[in-house]
Design a protein around this ligand. Sequence first.
Ligand SMILES: O=c1nc[nH]c2c1ncn2[C@H]1C[C@H](O)[C@@H](COP(=O)(O)OP(=O)(O)OP(=O)(O)O)O1
Ligand SMILES: [Mg+2]
Length: 207
Amino acid sequence: MNKTIVLASNNAGKIKEFNALLGDMGIDVKPQSEFNVEEAEETGLSFIENAILKARNACAHTGLPALADDSGIEVDYLDGAPGIYSARFAGEHGDNEANNALLLEKLEGVAELERTARFHCVLAYMRHKDDPTPLVFHGVWEGRIMTSTEGQEGFGYDPLFYVPECACSAASLPKEVKNQISHRAKALKQLFSAFQKQSSVQQGTPF
Ligand SMILES: O=c1nc[nH]c2c1ncn2[C@H]1C[C@H](O)[C@@H](COP(=O)(O)OP(=O)(O)OP(=O)(O)O)O1
Ligand SMILES: [Mg+2]
């Protein structure tokens, strides 16, 4: 018997990936839109703080356990920018086209080897809004920023993210492949093993 977990995200791209990844685990995860949760203000100064803010906000509104994802891309040539500000890099929250255009502009003329970058995904799982020990997991995906967009899959910065192990952009990968190797997949694998460990210690649900 599964307990419902609220997915504290409004990003359609993320929600699709979570559904694919969590489906296999027999975990019943519902997006926060189903509970009319108002978006949390992302005032933290790290992915970790923002993920906790989002999870806590969803717990507070629903009375249910919540899982949040704060993620973004770190570009070495830009001293780590856009980082935690990835969703609002070009100003307006979630304008992927403008974000990608700005990233290309800032890296204009920069040589391939200096375009190294990585995606981060921090997941925070909280049992309730006052949970003093949120579970936090971190996945990283290394690559570099291309000189033009490529591919139709994925979301966000995927069309500009070159994946060396696949020799193509993240947006050219079939979703099954991205969901095996991405920053989000890596963080979720850690969450699954933590849940499994807990359920082997405690009887009943791992939550
Ligand atoms: O796999 C990915 N492929 C491409 N881009 C990605 C990925 N993962 C994160 N990203 C980018 C999208 C957004 O520009 C930022 C996340 O920002 P972030 O605040 O965590 O998410 P969000 O505001 O879009 O949705 P929400 O806070 O409701 O989960 O990093
Ligand atoms: Mg956000």
